[in-house]
Design a binder for this molecule. Structure first.
Ligand code: ATP
Ligand code: MG
Length: 159
């Protein structure tokens, strides 16, 4: 199992240089006792993509925050709900349904300077599927975006 507080400490450390360059404050709020059964490398890839997007698409002086909470579903299964929230440029409503598609970028002008390929979120979606997880996004143009991820606390393995 992955100890989430340690995991995010190390992840934020990795991202801190890029964030500092833009004077973006980067923080995590994670319960100290929370563990999740997941592939740590894949988890890392998921959150590196989301955090690097959050930093790229947020202006100087903004905020990026990760939260994790333990949730008990009605059927008794336990999950972890993660949110990655930024105070960035936001995503137009009409683009929201498509941003998890391969090579989809909101518009070439706004993202040209960041030089991405439009693959990050499609990889995140794929890795979430591998963990039987779900991902969604809420966003207000000019105000910011929140990516919401839910993963089972324990994985069911197929033999
Ligand atoms: P890559 O990740 O391959 O370097 P990318 O960042 O453009 O390139 P994705 O990570 O798949 O590709 O994101 C798709 C598009 O969604 C981005 O081009 C950007 O327009 C939009 N987007 C993603 N995350 C955010 C965010 N946090 N705030 C605003 N827009 C975002
Ligand atoms: Mg990206």
């Amino acid at each position: 199992p992955v100890h989430l507080a340690t995991f995010f400490d190390s992840l934020l450390e990795t991202m801190s240089k890029v964030a500092e360059k833009k004077s973006i404050s980067l923080s995590a709020e994670v319960p100290e006792e929370l563990f999740i059964e997941a592939d740590e490398d894949k988890l890392r890839q998921i959150f590196l993509n989301l955090l690097s997007n959050a930093i790229s698409y947020t202006h100087e002086g903004g905020n990026v925050k990760v939260r994790a909470i333990n949730r008990q579903k009605k059927d008794g299964t336990e999950t972890v709900v993660f949110t990655v929230t930024d105070t960035g440029i936001g995503i137009p409503r009409k683009d929201l349904p498509r941003i998890f598609e391969r090579f989809y970028r909101v518009d070439k002008a706004r993202s040209r300077s960041s030089g991405g390929t439009g693959l990050g979120l499609s990889i995140v979606k794929h890795l979430m599927d591998l963990h039987h997880g779900a991902i969604s996004v809420e966003s207000d143009l000019g105000i910011g975006s929140t990516f919401i991820l839910e993963l089972p606390l324990l994985q069911e393995y197929e033999i």
